[in-house]
Design a protein around this ligand. Structure first.
Ligand SMILES: NC(=O)c1ccc[n+]([C@@H]2O[C@H](COP(=O)([O-])OP(=O)(O)OC[C@H]3O[C@@H](n4cnc5c(N)ncnc54)[C@H](O)[C@@H]3O)[C@@H](O)[C@H]2O)c1
Length: 310
């Protein structure tokens, strides 16, 4: 049977994710937005590219949730993005209401679906989605680590003048300034970058990764990055749709792993048809563990601030 993925938010990230899902012919796509005409117009445009791009995925744009019924996955990108000078956390008050409302409607029509959250501030929005859905923790997954790691991979590839395909990288922690890129677990054809670059160069790439989102916001002036974020969300969706058992860094609800409890934090997880099928525990060195705990503390602070908003 053809799979169905609903993408909520037909803006930059959502529409690009819909395009990538269709062009990879992974599923039929339902694109939802509150703005009348936008999801319909973008879907029609994408459908008209299909003969040239050679796929038969059906794409439907709507302003309500009936057509999303029984989706295998729902990717949530609804909300406002950052403007120059804003942190992801500045989006909290607006996006928590949007994400709560969206999740309630999604869940009504797709009680068995798997949620991939993209809206920022990412880790806090995962908490909103977990609570509003009442889903088990394996079915609420945040997209951040795949994107942050892809940024680091792109920078390593450019620095060493090798194919991006040779690079793997790992970034843990919250999706913010305290994210934890792990050079020791970042490799070029299997060789850790710590063997290939000076500590100074590694630090420069790590810093650029931490500021990767802000660098693009500063250049675009309006809106934030969307090509790589859409690719990252679609890689996660593909792993689930194809039951690949693929290990990717994602925001997952931890219940004791890494010494953290009751919090969404970016860690390596195994993605398959049940969503998060395993949380991978890495043997972290002291300073890496400290950095992860610091990042988790920043997430917890934000979640508490959100809870105090009532
Ligand atoms: N997790 C990540 O790594 C990551 C990366 C990039 C962007 N983001 C976040 O993703 C979100 C979307 O970014 P974008 O660039 O696509 O923004 P965008 O403004 O282009 O699109 C957002 C869309 O959401 C829609 N929307 C708003 N309220 C809605 C509702 N209640 N129901 C349905 N749709 C609604 C808007 O109409 C708009 O079309 C932002 O919060 C951004 O910060 C996260």
């Amino acid at each position: 049977m053809v799979k169905k993925v609903t993408v909520v938010g037909a803006g930059n990230v959502g529409a690009t994710a819909a395009q990538r899902l269709a062009e990879k012919e992974l599923c039929d796509v339902v694109l939802v937005d509150i703005i009348e005409g936008v999801p319909q117009g973008k879907s029609l445009d994408l459908a008209q590219a299909a003969p040239i791009e050679k796929h038969d995925a059906h794409i439907q744009g709507v302003n309500s949730y009936e057509a999303s019924a029984n989706s295998d996955i729902v990717i949530i990108t609804a909300g406002i993005p950052r403007k120059p000078g804003m942190s992801r956390d500045d989006l909290l008050a607006t996006n928590r209401k949007i994400v709560k409302n969206v999740v309630q409607q999604v869940v009504h029509y797709s009680p068995q679906t798997i949620l991939i959250i993209v809206s920022n501030p990412l880790d806090a929005m995962c908490h909103v989605a977990l609570e509003a859905s009442g889903f088990p923790k394996n079915r609420v997954i945040g997209m951040a680590g795949v994107l942050d790691a892809a940024r680091l991979r792109a920078f390593i590839a450019a620095e060493l003048n090798v194919s991006v395909e040779n690079i793997s990288a790992l970034v843990l922690g919250g999706h913010g300034d305290t994210m934890v890129p792990l050079p020791r677990f970042s490799t070029v054809a299997g060789v850790p970058i710590t063997e290939l670059m000076t500590a100074e160069r590694i630090e420069a790439l790590v810093t650029r990764t931490r500021n990767g989102g802000a660098e693009i916001v500063g250049l675009l002036k309006t809106g934030s990055a969307y090509y790589a974020p859409a690719s990252a969300a679609v890689e996660m969706a593909e792993a689930i749709l194809k039951d690949k058992k693929k290990i990717l860094p994602c925001a997952a609800y931890l219940t004791g792993e890494y010494g953290l409890d009751g919090l969404f934090v970016g860690v390596p997880v195994k993605l398959g048809k049940n969503g998060i099928e395993q949380i991978i525990s890495l043997p972290l060195k002291d300073e890496e563990k400290q950095a992860l705990l610091k990042s988790a503390a920043a997430v917890r602070e934000l979640v508490l601030a959100m809870q105090n908003m009532g």
